[in-house]
Write a protein that binds this ligand. Structure first.
Ligand SMILES: Nc1ncnc2c1ncn2[C@@H]1O[C@H](COP(=O)(O)OP(=O)(O)OP(=O)(O)O)[C@@H](O)[C@H]1O
Length: 246
């Protein structure tokens, strides 16, 4: 499932949030949107998802405008956004169409895929943050979205859980061949996960540059290669050395 943005701009109450974003994402590619706070990363993701159709320019998913096909995207937010009165199983089933027995079977498979087999009957309040985010991942995947949109999906988690879920994302990506757009502030996360990193700058946000990562997977966290990409990105963001704020 390919994704194309052509000159996408978004203005809120007269203030420009992003300007002239053009981007092509190939089927099965993991593309990261990286940039400092307020440069419009979430705004771009919401436009791709169809949650926000107030943008100018064009967004195409496999040749159709995003406004027509938003049900082919799955969204994972920073916080899991589970329905507290529903069990893990019912949270994953919620929004699925079809016969109840089929939905249950399918939801259970995805719950197992994210490592939560046996936890189907628990309620959100009984889950750790990492477990809840696994449920959110299962819920996003269960509808077989062709494009997975992730808005800082691991940023509220502790460092260890974050690394586990990054690996889980790579596992499900391999299994389901999803096209992924990942919004993140985390340069290590971007270099570990992405085929390509799009660096946004400014307010309104514009694309500053794109970096294609040729590192084979599985990548090694802390490798020299990833460290080189990180240094390059820090320099692009003017964050490579301490700067006076006066
Ligand atoms: N619904 C909205 N109404 C008004 N302004 C908005 C709205 N959504 C976003 N903005 C503005 O658009 C700009 C970009 O916001 P956005 O949330 O996309 O940035 P971001 O790069 O994702 O930031 P962060 O990394 O802090 O989440 C900001 O100036 C924000 O205030």
């Amino acid at each position: 499932m390919s994704l194309t943005l052509r000159n996408v701009s978004r203005t809120f109450a007269g203030a420009s949030a992003v300007r002239n974003i053009s981007l092509s994402v190939q089927p099965g590619e993991i593309v990261g949107l990286l940039g400092t706070s307020g440069c419009g990363k979430s705004t771009i993701l919401r436009a791709i998802s169809g949650l926000d159709d107030g943008y100018e320019g064009e967004i195409e998913i496999n040749g159709n405008t995003a406004k027509e096909v938003h049900d082919t995207t799955g969204f994972i937010f920073q916080e899991p956004r589970l329905l507290p009165w529903l069990t893990v199983l019912d949270n994953v089933i919620f929004g699925l169409k079809g016969e109840h027995a089929d939905k249950q079977k399918r939801a259970k498979e995805y719950i197992a895929d994210v490592g939560l087999e046996g936890k189907e009957k628990l309620y959100p309040r009984q889950l750790s943050g990492g477990m809840a985010q696994r449920v959110a991942i299962a819920r996003a995947l269960v509808t077989s979205p062709e494009i997975l949109l992730l808005d800082e999906p691991f940023s509220a988690l502790d460092a260890f859980t974050k690394m586990q879920l990054q690996d889980l994302l790579l596992d499900v990506w391999k299994t389901y061949q999803s096209t992924v757009v990942l919004v993140t502030h985390d340069i290590d996360e971007a270099t570990y996960l992405c085929d390509r990193i799009v660096i946004l700058r400014g307010q309104p946000g514009e694309i500053d540059r794109e970096i294609t990562l040729t590192e084979q997977r599985p990548r090694k966290r802390g490798s020299e290669e990833l460290a080189r990409y990180k240094a390059d990105i820090l320099e692009s963001l003017n964050l490579d050395r301490a700067r006076s704020i006066t």
